[in-house]
Design a protein around this ligand. Sequence first.
Ligand SMILES: [Fe+2]
Length: 381
Amino acid sequence: MIKITLTDTGLTLPLFAGETYFNYCWLRDACPSCIDPQTRERIFDVASLAELPRARSAHISDEALVIEWQAETQVSHIPLSLLESFATRGRAEDPADLPRTPWYADHGPRFTRVPQQAVLSDPDAKARLTRALIEDGIAIVTQMEGDEDSLPRLVNAIGPITPSAEGLFFDVRVEIEPTNLAFTSGPLEMHTDLPGEEAAPGMQFLHCLENTVEGGLSLFLDGVAVAEALREEDPDAFRLLADNKIPFFYRHDNWDYRAHQRVIETDPEGRVTGVTISQHLQDAMDLPQDLLDSYYPAFIKFLKMMQEDRFLVRFRSEAGNCVIFDNHRIVHGREGYVADSGTRHLRGCYTDRGALRSTYRVLAKQGFDGRTTAEPDLCSA
Ligand SMILES: [Fe+2]
């Protein structure tokens, strides 16, 4: 017989993680009857009760905690699996809660590569792609069709296109009156896109339509790997970049975006979730001048680390490939190229990081978790 102890505010019961306490309001809210089976939205308002819920009795039956309440006829059946998940993880099970895997300079050939047609028609291929985008933050879709709607077809398989100041799409090629250094043939220092926007774009798609120029190699690095290396080598510098926000902008004739961002982004557990870097869109620092005495050396150290060969993957964008990467994690740049040596044209757009995770969760629930042990397809590298 499992011993459940009732108190004034909650109950304790033995679980795999040990004796665990749950608050009555939380338990009443966790009752599956609170969720409408049709809309799958919450239809119970805990504030509608005349007083705080309190259990009259509780026992285990059919893998559920069954609670009779003192002031309600309602009986709650709360799955033990939910209680176990909160007891061990502090939150509900989430198939998309996959650890980020830091990667380094040698990882380029191992980027996950999936043909476009497979992403569009095979849920297993789409799961492999979306899982790689969560774990590695980068993947390549090969054999892109060349028509106008090819890129939106791919993006919409993962999430709705989210607009930026440039609109729904942007074209990376030499422009006569560029609004951004990307639209020139010059080198582009390592950066994340549009940090001046309050919520900088999430997942970036860069579809290479044509590339016949000399030079112009694409550069990518994993911001999580560099940030973790900084934490290891200089913890004080790491803290300065993780604790303070600095200003960014995006300014032209018809827009004036401004936002403050942390250069190293961490979650409540202290894990690095991303980075924000863009010297060409960085505004005049507005941290206190004496704090800058320590902030700038830390910041410069981090910028220099991003130029180190141990982190950088260089590859040539090939027509027909689309690189997808997490704009809050993967730092990208470009070597300069000879503008009149050919044509270089990339078309880009963004979707949301939450949309990516949503798509992966749906696939995982259907049994496609994207886990793979197969050798990567190096032929299309
Ligand atoms: Fe960019």
